[in-house]
Write a protein that binds this ligand. Structure first.
Ligand code: TPP
Ligand code: MG
Length: 354
């Protein structure tokens, strides 16, 4: 092979719908569009209530989805039922799109491990708090699909911060070499707690990192649900057809604090947030649907009420769950409890008898 010192690459970018909601060729029709909108709006109501529950001490620390609804719903909606999702910790809207019951999501954030029990058939893995540890799982699972000649693909979500973790890079390397049917969805929300993405990486985009691993990368407007959906769907189709992995970078913005334990005012400006408010993903799709007469003010009112009712019912179901068995904290990690665990269990039981 001749040595070519002019090796060059370019990164594809995709936006289908502008901020005013204009889009000539949406990739989905009326019914799917309404469903996507319903999922985004319900996720926002879920999120808003989670923040309130945390403030009232009814759940623990919570990581808000606000502003990232299109990146999550657009990509999850592009998946087929038999595909598998490997999320990080901010993927409430993606979980919702996969059918995860909301009361279990609240339970998770209340520190109840039963909230991490994914109902069979949803094909989702549980929340991954350690940053960047889930992409290797998604790649391994995708390699298994290939070995077993099964037709599913995997999708893993991670952030701009996770994109500079060794685990994520190793996962991409494996995926490229083994042509694993996996789609890496990076939600570049521009912040990793207080670290801005320009300090996170010196590369102009995260999408271009795919080039080094030998597969396609695309940067999409992450607040444009049509662009996210189209890019993810095409990447999944290629992955399932045996054409290997892809990286979809969704350029979006974390509108809220990193978690309820953070105060973003300390490190970023109100002006930046105001600019991103104009790009709100839910407003954008609503404008489009109103223009195209796919949606009406009456539909909006009905949906707002329906989402509020569903979320309230989920909160009720979560708060009425029977108390978890306390001895469960000693179970399930080891097949046979270690000596230290056995001692702790005895101590715990002794405490109960007092
Ligand atoms: C391995 C590891 N290191 C550090 C942390 C603490 N931590 C939690 S979230 C986070 C930033 C993640 O940023 P990003 O990947 O961009 O995701 P985002 O929070 O923006 O969704 C850090 C450093 C962690 N959970 N795990
Ligand atoms: Mg981030």
């Amino acid at each position: 092979m001749a040595y070519d010192e002019r090796l060059s690459f370019s990164v594809r970018k995709l936006q289908l719908m502008d901020e005013a909601g204009n889009c000539d060729a949406p990739p989905v029709k009326g019914e799917d569009m309404r469903k996507m909108y319903e999922l985004m709006l319900t996720a926002r109501v879920f999120d808003n209530n989670a923040l309130k529950l945390q403030r009232e001490g009814r759940i623990g620390t919570y990581a808000s989805i606000l502003g990232q609804e299109a990146s999550q719903v657009g990509s999850a909606y592009a998946m087929q039922k038999e595909d598998w999702m490997f999320p990080a910790f901010r993927e409430g809207a993606a979980y919702l799109a996969r059918g995860m019951p909301m009361h279990l999501m609240y339970a998770y954030w209340a520190g109840d491990e039963r909230g991490n029990y994914i109902p069979p058939g949803l094909n989702c893995f549980s929340v991954s708090i350690p940053v960047g540890t889930q992409p290797p799982h998604a790649v391994g699972f995708a390699m298994a699909a290939k070995m077993k000649k099964e037709k599913y693909a995997t999708v893993t979500y991670f952030g701009d911060g996770a994109a500079s973790e060794g685990d994520t890079m190793e996962a991409m390397n494996f995926a490229g070499v083994f042509k694993a049917p996996v789609v890496f969805v990076c939600q570049n929300n521009q912040w990793a707690i207080s670290m801005p993405s320009r300090r996170q990486t010196a590369s102009g985009t995260i999408a271009q990192k795919a080039v080094a691993f030998g597969f396609d990368g695309i940067q999409v407007d992450g607040n444009d649900i049509f662009a996210v959906y189209k890019a993810t769907k095409e990447a999944l189709e290629k992955a399932r057809a045996g054409d290997g992995p892809a990286l979809v970078e969704c350029l979006t913005y974390r509108m809220g604090d990193h978690t309820t334990a953070d105060d973003a005012k300390k490190y970023r400006s109100e002006k930046e947030i105001e600019e991103w408010k104009k790009k709100d993903p839910i407003d954008r799709l609503r404008r489009h649907m109103l223009k195209k007469k796919i949606w009406s003010d009456a539909d909006e009112k009905r949906l707002q009420k329906n989402a509020a009712d569903r979320v309230q019912a989920a909160i009720k179901a979560f708060e009425e769950m029977p108390e978890p068995k306390r001895e469960d904290m000693f179970r399930y990690v080891y097949e046979k409890p270690t000596q230290a665990l056995q001692e702790q269990m005895k101590e715990y039981e002794g405490g109960l008898k007092k």
